[in-house]
Design a protein around this ligand. Structure first.
Ligand code: PXP
Length: 385
């Protein structure tokens, strides 16, 4: 194994390990060192302080230490990273622990390549440039998250007057032209916004990816089998709710959900389950055969005060990590806007954002194309660097 990753004195999820391993492999390849052995130790402040004392006579914690070796032996070296310090630095920079770990890995790797910023300003500049180049490389190679725009609320405005405008079908076209990766519509049982005609026309118009959000009812399953969206997201639905409140209870409805997934999969339609960031629901999603989960971000979006936001953010980090560890595609959605989405871009497991209300709201002020482009930029450029 060219890359080995070991955690000592700290907990590293399988998801984080996988991300670091992928990043390390990209680094080896980008620096023409494929095949060289690289070992990475992720540890605590206490252990890194002991290593610092033993090898450098400085008994204090640092974020990262590199031990270069002679590449002629086939071993490029060892990198030690303190996850405790990485976590503190991530809080300060607001970019998330996984991103900070990747940055430290890149920093340590540049030392293995012979850079040493401590030698003086010109060396520091050289190392910084090397780090920037390698981070860009990683960013390009690691999957970019995608934005799927929900156009329901274009139909909400139309339904307010019961007329023909604005038309969500035209909105779907604009959303695609503005760089979104997909279009989402929710056909509700009460048809309060999207109508059957909208769904059928949007199916014909959309060239990227059409996701149909729906309840797992006989009526909706029949429509999905007929219209053939590219993906279905199963959501709970209550007539009296203003919007989808809470995730699907997969644990309590295993039979119904499993049968719906089987039926949709048999029609060639992959299924996403909209679930709360709860371990049991995510594990049950895997067990009933879903391809993806969409983690409900409502509690994070509505959290008041730094402590509550932190708690809900950490719940999302854990949920996304678990979903990815289980091999599920990880999507997020609900209540996300131009402010609260930025923090989520530090969660590398997120593959897709499903956002509606905030984009349509901004579109009223600045136009739909600009509103979509702004969100695309936030999601894609906020990733890794
Ligand atoms: N994802 C799902 C499953 C939803 O039901 C909704 C709301 O329709 C969204 C995402 C989008 O939420 P928002 O409109 O708050 O961005």
């Amino acid at each position: 194994m060219p890359v080995s990753i070991c955690a000592q004195g700290c907990v590293l999820s399988e998801g984080q390990k996988n991300i670091l391993a992928r990043a390390a492999e990209i680094l080896l390849r980008a620096s023409n060192n494929s095949g060289q052995e690289l070992s990475i130790l992720i540890t605590s402040d206490q252990v890194i302080a002991q290593i610092n004392e033993r090898w450098f006579n400085r008994p204090r914690a640092t974020n990262c230490i590199s031990f270069p070796q002679d590449v002629s032996t086939g071993v490029i070296g060892d990198i030690v990273i303190s996850v405790d310090t990485a976590r503190k630095e991530a809080v300060l920079s607001g970019r998330g622990v996984s991103n900070r770990l990747i940055e430290l890995l890149v920093h340590g790797f540049c030392h293995l390549l012979g850079h040493d910023h401590e030698k003086g300003p010109s060396f520091e500049k050289e190392q910084r440039e090397c780090e920037k180049r390698l981070l860009k490389f990683i960013m390009k190679e690691m999957t970019m998250p995608e934005l799927c725009v929900n156009v329901d609320h274009v139909a909400t405005i139309r339904q307010a007057r019961g007329g023909v405008e604005p038309d969500p079908v035209i909105a779907a076209g604009i959303v695609e032209m503005a760089g979104a990766d997909g279009v989402v519509v929710h056909l509700r049982e009460d048809r309060r916004h999207i109508q059957d005609r909208d769904l059928r026309l949007i199916r014909q118009v959309v060239k990227t990816r059409l996701t149909l959000e729906m309840a797992a009812t006989e009526e909706m399953l029949t429509i999905a089998q007929d219209v053939r969206p590219d993906c279905v997201t199963l959501v709970p639905e209550r007539r009296e709710e203003i919007t989808t409140e809470g995730g699907l209870d997969v644990v309590a409805n295993r039979g119904v959900v499993e049968a719906a997934i089987r039926r949709l999969n048999d029609a060639g339609i992959p299924v996403t389950l909209f679930v709360d960031p709860e371990e049991q629901q995510i594990e049950a999603s895997k067990e009933v055969g879903a391809q993806n989960i969409e983690i409900h971000t409502g509690r994070y979006a509505e959290a008041k005060g730094a402590e509550a936001v932190e708690r809900e953010f950490e719940a999302l980090v854990r949920a996304c990590g678990l979903g990815a560890d289980l091999g599920l595609g990880v999507h997020v959605g609900h209540g996300l806007n131009y402010s609260n989405v930025v923090r989520l871009t530090s969660i590398p497991e997120i593959e897709e954002y499903s956002i509606g209300h905030s984009i349509i709201s901004r579109a009223v002020m600045v136009g739909l194309e600009r509103a979509v482009r702004d969100m695309v930029a936030l999601i894609k450029q906020g990733f890794v660097v």
